[in-house]
Design a protein around this ligand. Structure first.
Ligand SMILES: C[S@@+](CC[C@H](N)C(=O)[O-])C[C@H]1O[C@@H](n2cnc3c(N)ncnc32)[C@H](O)[C@@H]1O
Length: 213
C-alpha cells in the first residue's frame, strides 16, 4: 500500500455520521477494557476519524492513532482540536509502523484487517505485537464467522455493504470470512486469545490477547 493512496478520502467526511451510532458502543467497551490496563500510551491502528482514540482519551489514556488516509487523518486532527484530548494522529502504514519495539501499553485495530490483502494481515498483526510492551494488551475488533442460522442470515447484510465498497475490498472480505473470520485469523497467527466478545448480533467480535511476556 502506498502512502499516496486515499481509498477512504471521499468517505471520510460522512464516515462518523454513517457509523458512530453502531460502532460507538463497541469503542466505549474497548476503551473501558484498555482503561483498566497499566498506565502508558495506547496505539490504535487504521484509526479512521479518531473516534476510538477519543474514547481512550476519555478513559484517561494517552492515545496515538495511525491511518493511511489523508482524509481520515484530517478528520481525526479536527476531532483532536475540538476536544483538546490527549491524543495524537499520524499518517502512516500499519504494516510498517514508525515506532520502536515495545513503545505502547496496548495496541488495537478495528474493522480493518478483513479488508486487507491476505498477505498483509499477518504483517500488521506482527507489527502490533512488536510495538506493544511484553505482557501488553492486543485488541482486534472485526467480523466473526457466523455460529448460528440467524447470524448467517444477518451476515448477508454485511456482505452487501462490503460489496458496495468495491471489488478488491469485497474479494479480501470474502477471503477473510472463508478462512474463519476473526478467530481463524488469530489462530493462524498463533495468537492465543484471552477473551472474544460477540457483539452486534454476534457479527462482530472484540478479541483480546496479550503479547507474550
Ligand atoms: C473501515 S475503516 C475503520 C476505521 C476505524 N478503525 C473504525 O473502526 O471506524 C478502515 C480504515 O483503515 C485505514 N487503512 C487501510 N489500510 C491501511 C494501512 N495499510 N495502514 C493504515 N491504515 C489503513 C483506512 O484508511 C480506513 O480509515
Amino acid at each position: 500500500m502506498r502512502l499516496a493512496d486515499d481509498e477512504y478520502g471521499a468517505v471520510a467526511p460522512i464516515y462518523d455520521a454513517a457509523t458512530a451510532w453502531a460502532l460507538d458502543p463497541l469503542r466505549r467497551e474497548l476503551a473501558d477494557v484498555v482503561g483498566r490496563e497499566r498506565d502508558g500510551t495506547v496505539l490504535d491502528l487504521c484509526c479512521g476519524t479518531g473516534r476510538q482514540c477519543y474514547f481512550f482519551a476519555r478513559a484517561g489514556r494517552d492515545a496515538v492513532g495511525v491511518d493511511l488516509s489523508a482524509g481520515m487523518i484530517r478528520r481525526a486532527a479536527r476531532l483532536e482540536k475540538s476536544q483538546a484530548a490527549r491524543m495524537n494522529f499520524v499518517r502512516g502504514d500499519a504494516a510498517r509502523l514508525p515506532f520502536p519495539d515495545a513503545s505502547f501499553t496496548a495496541c488495537t485495530i478495528s474493522l480493518a484487517l478483513h479488508e486487507k490483502p491476505p498477505g498483509m494481515r499477518p504483517v500488521i498483526l506482527a507489527e502490533m505485537l512488536r510495538v506493544t510492551r511484553p505482557g501488553g494488551l492486543i485488541a482486534v475488533v472485526d467480523y466473526l464467522s457466523p455460529h448460528t442460522g440467524a447470524q448467517a442470515t444477518l451476515s448477508w447484510a454485511v456482505k452487501a455493504v462490503e460489496r458496495l465498497a468495491g471489488r478488491d475490498h469485497h474479494a479480501y472480505y470474502a477471503d477473510y470470512m472463508r478462512q474463519g473470520g476473526l478467530e481463524g485469523l488469530l489462530e493462524r497467527q498463533g495468537m492465543r486469545t484471552i477473551d472474544v466478545r460477540r457483539r452486534m448480533f454476534g457479527l462482530i467480535g472484540i478479541a483480546l490477547a496479550r503479547r507474550p511476556a
